[in-house]
Design a protein around this ligand. Structure first.
Ligand SMILES: C[S@@+](CC[C@H](N)C(=O)[O-])C[C@H]1O[C@@H](n2cnc3c(N)ncnc32)[C@H](O)[C@@H]1O
Length: 433
């Protein structure tokens, strides 16, 4: 592809992402599926532009407006990004079939101004522009982070590292490090999860033999910690209530050493189906996958009071994963948050029925929002006097055994403080009866 063709592809992908409700990576994947002639090198170059634009969209828009450009769209963002990268709108770039694509005089004007900038930041940028989050969410984030808001959201703006979880069914962390080293891949142990590895650079998974052999899985360190504090043990009966494609199911199965009963539920059958290959690759065989109809599902009624651990990894705003999914922040609206709060409450109430006396219910999200987290737990405890909250320090000592890095009753992780995605988890124990 010519440089101009790559830029046009980036514009096309960004436009498709804006129009779609699907995550950016699946929109991009379907764009390439329809254009098999685009090779891996070109895809990488296009993806670099797309992700950079998504990551600094608020700042690009701010500069475009500041330089008087009001019709902001994927094309003007890509041109602005190009200028911020110091790439001149050189006529040679747009020769031949791409001549019609050359920037218009108006576009050249803002590009020239942007080419003179020394930094993508400006002291007059409001905090939500500087730290790249939607303005409507600011009061909530300010209430949560106070004076550290800028730093916290600055850490959320940066690209996340690639974290792996060692599959304890197949390898120790040392064995996995050695297997990766044999493939010339350097992996460092993570600071908090005893099963975690962090890679210095991103790699396509399918090229990693250790991944094909099921020794490792991709999982953010925060997500690993959530799975660990569930405290699933061999021989227990455990439910992963919102299992999706099985990210935490795999970790729970490994914690159970494949012994005992693990039920992975979800309302989305396509997600549950996707877990199949992952479970097989990881050598997991104590999992039953179950598509449920929702809170009125008969299986839930029939299974009331029979599980030691029930993990609710609730559908949420995903505000903790913006490092990985920068597109998600531009799609999220306040009405989504309000809808999710109701859904989470219903799910938690339904899942609680499965917990046996003395068993534990774990409410987890990858959200920063207090309404989805602490407030959800408080409302649950008020309505369920037979449950008490187990302080995270206590749970951490029982399950992970190292010193707990978070103060307070809940597990609350952020990229700034813990170098993980933003995660929340709270452990609720049902009275022994
Ligand atoms: C945060 S995702 C789960 C991610 C998964 N646990 C993992 O670690 O990869 C939330 C999941 O909740 C599921 N979900 C949404 N509504 C639900 C409901 N009423 N009951 C059960 N699951 C639900 C969604 O389909 C989605 O897969």
């Amino acid at each position: 592809m010519t440089p101009a063709a790559r830029l046009q592809a980036a514009i096309d992908v960004l436009s498709a992402i804006e129009k779609s409700a699907k995550p950016a990576d699946s929109v991009a994947a379907s764009y390439y599926r329809d254009r098999r002639y685009i090779g891996a090198k070109d895809r990488r170059a296009v993806a670099e532009v797309v992700w950079r634009v998504l990551r600094r969209r608020a700042r690009l828009d701010w500069w475009l407006q500041t330089f008087g450009h009001t019709e902001i769209d994927a094309r003007s963002r890509v041109l602005a990004d190009m200028a911020l990268e110091g790439i001149q709108p050189d006529p040679d770039l747009f020769r031949g079939p791409h001549s019609a694509w050359a920037p218009e005089p108006e576009e050249r004007r803002f590009m020239e101004r942007m080419l003179e900038l020394k930094s993508p930041f400006h002291r007059d940028m409001p905090p939500h522009v500087r730290s790249e989050y939607p303005e409507w969410i600011e009061p909530r984030l300010t209430a949560l982070f106070g004076e550290t808001l800028g730093e916290e959201m600055g850490a959320m703006r940066d690209e996340a590292p690639l974290d792996l979880r060692v599959n304890a069914l197949k390898a120790t962390r040392e064995q996995a490090i050695a297997a990766l080293a044999a493939e010339k891949i350097r992996a460092e142990p993570t600071a908090l999860s005893p099963l975690g590895l962090r890679l210095a650079s991103r790699l396509p998974l399918v090229q990693i033999q250790a991944w094909r052999d099921g020794l490792i899985e991709v999982q953010d360190e925060g997500s690993q910690l959530v799975a660990l504090i569930v405290g699933a043990k061999p021989g227990m009966a455990v439910v992963d209530y919102c299992a999706g494609a099985g990210g935490k199911t795999l970790a729970l199965a490994a914690a159970m050493a494949n012994k005992g009963r693990l039920v992975a539920c979800d309302v989305a059958s396509w997600r549950v189906d996707r877990a199949g290959d992952r479970l097989r690759r990881a050598g997991v065989h104590n999992v039953t996958r179950r598509v449920i109809e929702g809170e009125s599902d008969k299986w839930i009624k029939r299974s009331a009071g029979s599980f030691d651990r029930v993990l609710v990894d609730a559908p949420c705003t995903g505000t903790g994963t913006w490092r990985r999914n920068p597109d998600a922040k531009w799609q999220l609206g306040e009405s989504d948050l309000l809808e999710l709060i109701v859904r989470q409450r219903d799910i938690l109430t339904s899942a609680a029925r499965l917990v046996r006396p003395g068993g534990r219910l774990i409410h987890a999200t990858c959200s920063l929002m207090t309404e989805e987290n602490e407030a959800q737990v408080e409302a649950f405890l008020a309505a369920h006097p037979d449950y008490r909250q187990v302080p995270v320090e206590e749970v951490w000592a029982e399950t992970i055994g190292t010193s707990c890095p978070v103060p307070g009753p809940h597990l609350r992780l952020t990229p700034l403080r813990h170098h993980t995605d933003g995660f929340f988890a709270s452990v609720l124990e049902r009275a022994a009866g």
